[in-house]
Design a protein around this ligand. Structure first.
Ligand code: CA
Length: 230
């Protein structure tokens, strides 16, 4: 499965933390915000694969936020799953049709939530569901855990593999150390930021064997970018 990024927008701490744990356990990369402003702030940097959006949020409601996003071309096809309370909100969401792809009624079972999100992701991004990610002459097989460059197998550790998987599913974008930590290692793991540099260095050494160390570029003062273009 590719490394999908899910943005969780939920103001209740307990529910938000529960969602993070459930989704990370399911293999998703999770980013969380407690209100629409913070969510927008995150979106300015990174485009997630799906937003799990609570209906009742302070200041700007989830419905309003979804409507605003749908007005912008970049977010028109971004899958949004709304979290609602049972009853009234459920009816409204069907009636309003505020452009969400699906909704989940609280309380929900973690298993059902994960299944629904996977279904929405599958519908929205069929091509991303191929176990093989190909960029130029690089091929990453997520099922066989194999990376090849020009059909030569690259000997990478599990962490460098995850790093490459993340980079190859998010090419040409700059990520800082914190973002890479969150997205490759997960928010529930405590690791120092310099660990990212260590793994980037290792990855470059491995890529150097194949004369491709330039694939992972340092963006001074910010972080790293994976790109096959110079
Ligand atoms: Ca809420």
């Amino acid at each position: 499965m590719p490394n999908f990024i899910i943005l969780v927008v939920e103001d209740e701490d307990a529910i938000r933390e529960m969602l993070i744990v459930v989704l990370e356990q399911a293999g998703f990369t999770v980013q969380a915000a407690s209100n629409a402003d913070d969510a927008q702030h995150f979106l300015n940097d990174t485009l997630p694969d799906l937003i799990l959006l609570d209906w009742m949020l302070p200041t700007i409601s989830g419905v309003e936020f979804a409507r605003r996003l749908r007005k912008e071309p970049i977010y028109q096809t971004l899958p949004i799953v709304m979290l609602t309370a049972r009853g009234e909100e459920e009816d409204k969401i069907r009636g309003f049709g505020c452009g969400v792809d699906d909704y989940m009624t609280k309380p929900f079972s973690p298993r059902e939530l994960v299944a629904r999100l996977r279904a929405v992701l599958r519908r929205s991004s069929k091509h991303q569901w191929s176990p093989k990610i190909t960029i130029g002459d690089l091929m990453l097989d997520t099922e066989q855990h194999r990376l090849t460059i020009a059909e030569q197998v690259v000997d990478v550790s599990p962490t460098e593999f995850r790093l490459m998987q993340f980079f190859m599913t998010h090419p040409d974008k700059v990520f800082n150390r914190t973002q890479l930590l969150d997205q490759v290692w997960g928010r529930s793991v405590y690791i120092e930021e310099r660990t990212v540099d260590v793994h980037i260095r290792r990855l470059r050494k491995i890529l150097e064997i194949h004369e491709r160390e330039d694939l992972v570029q340092t963006v001074r003062g910010f972080g790293y970018r994976f790109s096959i273009n110079q």
